[in-house]
Design a protein around this ligand. Structure first.
Ligand code: BGC
Length: 750
């Protein structure tokens, strides 16, 4: 508030005294240039986005065309220049075509909320981490998630998101697991599509990323991924295929890594053959930040937009067009894709406009999504929900649960209101790769739900002291966290900071111990048999503590199910250790790499995905490895019964069954449908092919119908370069977890 008043006053005096100053005063220039008025025949909204784009292109000069192909530096880092001055100071800005009234594209990271908005004096809502939303398996919630992000982006003056992460959890130690939507391509793809739709409903350019196989952060700028094309299409790429076909994102962000030899952002197979030809993607490809490595090669492969700078896509690009090494038609095609996507997303017809968001409504969306995503992993003797009148004392232990809950780091980081909850006042501004805690206090949420109970806190720093407090309480709730961030991987799935010892000590001291985990990735649990209850709360977002409180005390019945398998041990992973880059190939930020070396591309090191399409549960199933908690698993305070399966073949196989709530509480059950393909398909034992989240009152019974997209029953035939159904018997399995599928029927498909 104070900020904008100051800025307004500054504008006025600048206006009164020196017009020329206007162009260097950020706030004034921003207002002046923010919404150029489109003029010309392309304002005709009855024309298609493609027709409108072509009308603009007809009027554009070569320099104007080149200008839309690149960013103008990171407005966050660089001193503002004349070019990025109209931006909102996000991470990227493309200038548009001011002469023709085509606005710039103003980009912000927004994985689980709008990044870096604290500096704008308007904190954005931190939704629960994307993986938490995935744990809700709730397509409507995914839409709301995206819609909220779109609305807050727009209100802050942005017209493009850099969210939409969907790389599947092939490597659970990946430091960005929290930004993605789990290990199953059909679950992740379906959810990201809805998220994108929600964002684009707010006239914001949607994005899906990081295309493709950015499954580990270690050496992400140099790693070369090898995998068979069939396995690629049936695993990681399937998530993108569904996201693109169903979500219609205007943009795809290509990733840093190499795939089958070429960098993703100059990889013709990925960008042209698969994305643009096979999936018919009409939008534009934007490079990850610094992920462009060439001019002619990248352009021919299908990259439209270099971000955040212009090393390859400005002077070098113009020279190539003039020399004829980049054909005019190729340039026009790239410009067309950018402009038609702007028209399609509505950023030209609905210019970005700052507004005020309703922070309370944001908190409510965040809370509800978290409530739907919390997973109850263990609940011996109905320890949960807690009943306050039976409890004289509750011990709350560990993970700064007196003041906050952890969030995921890197470019996804959302600013916590008032700064990092665990830092002294005024010292909490988020830094790159620092643990950031949101001011949502589990201790307060617990006390609010048990007002007459004595609630005591112990930091957990000394397991013996924590155990002593636990021993004196009726119930001990011990919090543990695993922080992760972009730009690094977890060295292990073991909880850091001696938290395994803390949990073991507390659980040994009190048989009524509840463990709450805040993590983005699975964690190992050597103590799993000891506590009475275990809850996975993920990175819980702005109102996480209230969501958790509602689940712990039963005003919300947990319904989330794991979107990632929790393995027993890292030794069971397809890659027991993460392949590390040779020392020179470090992440740009940390290494002695010159800009020239960087631009050229760091020397590759190899990671072979020999496990192929066997990602997550498909791997453990095929290898017959028992797990700690399986994919699709999650308990409830009620019980469900599955019966009466019928499977009807047709254009879409129809699966019908009856689901009954056999307990005494209302709840929502995620009913999962899997298929085992004919043996000749040579596939893992089963794959998820559909699901339905069904709300049921106590004792209620519903008929559930799930239709299966034929592609989800198919294999990718490399010879035909197409999806193909293998004729034979398909076993359809239905139930509440990948390891517990009581209904089974066989259908013959041709
Ligand atoms: C990340 C992207 C992000 C971009 C801009 C990159 O380091 O990989 O996900 O959108 O930075 O901040």
């Amino acid at each position: 508030m104070r900020h904008s008043q100051l800025r307004a006053g500054y504008c006025l005096s600048a206006l009164m005294f020196l017009t020329v100053i206007l162009s260097v005063v950020p706030g004034c220039s921003q207002r002046r240039q923010q919404a150029p008025k489109p003029t010309g025949p392309w304002t005709n909204t009855s024309l298609s986005p493609d027709e409108r784009a072509d009308l603009v292109i007809r009027e554009m000069t070569l320099d104007e065309k080149i200008a839309v192909l690149h960013g103008v530096g990171m407005p966050t880092d660089d001193p503002l220049t004349e070019e990025n001055m109209p931006s909102n100071r996000g991470v990227g800005y493309e200038v548009g075509v001011p002469r023709l009234g085509i606005p710039g594209i103003d980009m912000s990271d927004a994985a689980y909320g709008v990044r870096s908005s604290g500096a704008n004096g308007r904190y954005s809502t931190a939704l629960p981490a994307n993986v938490a939303a995935a744990a809700s398996w709730d397509t409507d919630a995914a839409y709301e998630y995206g819609k909220l992000i779109g609305a807050e982006l727009r209100a802050q003056g942005y017209n493009m998101t850099l969210g939409g992460g969907v790389d599947i959890t092939r490597e659970p130690r990946n430091g960005r697991t929290f930004e993605y939507l789990g290990e199953d391509p059909i679950l992740a793809g379906t959810l990201v599509a809805r998220l994108i739709e929600g964002t684009q409903s707010q006239h914001v350019i949607g994005d899906i990323k990081h295309y493709a196989f950015n499954d580990q952060e270690s050496g992400r700028n140099s790693v070369n991924i090898t995998i068979s094309k069939r396995a690629a299409r049936e695993s990681d790429l399937l998530a993108f295929e569904i996201g693109v076909e169903q979500g219609h994102p205007a943009a795809v962000m290509c990733s840093y890594n190499r795939v089958l030899g070429d960098f993703s952002c100059e990889n013709k197979w990925l960008l042209t053959d698969v994305l643009k030809k096979d999936w018919q993607f009409p939008g534009f490809v934007v490079s990850d930040w610094g992920g462009t490595h060439s001019t002619e090669k990248a352009s021919a492969a299908g990259l439209e937009n270099e971000e955040p700078g212009r090393f390859f896509y400005e002077a070098k690009y113009k020279a190539a067009v003039e020399a004829g090494t980049i054909p005019q038609a190729e340039l026009d095609e790239h410009v067309h894709r950018i402009l038609r996507s702007m028209f399609a997303a509505g950023v030209i017809d609905y210019p970005r406009e700052r507004g005020v968001v309703d922070p309370l409504a944001g908190l409510e969306v965040a809370r509800k999504i978290e409530e739907g995503g919390i997973v109850l992993l263990k609940n011996k003797a109905a320890t949960l929900p807690l009943v306050p009148i039976r409890l004289h004392t509750i011990a709350v232990i560990g993970a700064h649960s007196d003041v906050g809950m952890i969030s995921g780091g890197g470019s996804a980081q959302v600013d916590p209101p008032g700064g990092n909850a665990i830092a002294p006042p005024g010292k909490g501004a988020p830094r790159w790769q620092a643990e950031i805690w949101f001011p949502t206090s589990p201790l307060k949420a617990i006390q609010a739900r048990a007002p007459k109970t004595t609630v005591k806190y112990d930091s957990g720093d000394d397991p013996a002291a924590a155990a002593a407090l636990a021993k004196s309480a009726d119930v001990a709730i011990v919090f543990a966290y695993q922080w992760e961030s972009e730009g690094m991987d977890l060295s292990t799935l073991t909880l850091a900071h001696n938290q395994d010892a803390l949990i073991a000590a507390v659980a040994a001291a009190n048989p009524h111990t509840v463990v709450v985990i805040e993590s983005g990735s699975p964690v190992t649990m050597p103590w799993v048999d000891a506590p009475a209850a275990i809850v996975e709360a993920w990175y819980a977002g702005s109102d996480g503590a209230n969501a958790l409180g509602n689940v712990l005390f039963g005003s919300v019945n947990p319904s989330g199910k794991l979107p990632n398998t929790f393995p027993k041990s890292e030794a069971d992973l397809p890659h027991p250790t993460i392949t590390q880059p040779p020392p020179m190939s470090h992440h740009y930020d940390g290494a002695a790499v010159t800009p020239e070396q960087w631009a050229k591309g760091l020397p590759p090191f190899q990671v072979a995905y020999d496990e192929g399409l066997k990602v997550g549960y498909k791997w453990y199933d095929a290898e017959k490895k028992p797990v700690l908690f399986p994919f699709g698993y999650g308990l409830s305070y009620t019980t469900y019964h599955y019966s009466g399966l019928t499977v009807t073949p047709g254009d879409k196989v129809k699966v019908t069954f009856t689901l009954t709530n056999t307990g005494a509480r209302a709840g929502a059950e995620i009913a999962e449908v899997y298929a085992a393909l004919p043996a000749s398909a040579e596939e893992p034992p089963k794959r998820l092919v559909g699901w339905s989240k069904v709300e049921l009152k106590a004792g209620e019974k519903k008929t559930v119908e799930v239709e299966i997209d034929p592609k989800y029953l198919s294999i990718f035939d490399e010879g035909k370069d197409a999806w193909a159904l293998v004729p034979g018997d398909y076993t359809i399995l239905v139930g509440g977890s990948s390891d517990k599928l009581p209904l089974k029927a066989t259908v013959n498909l041709k």
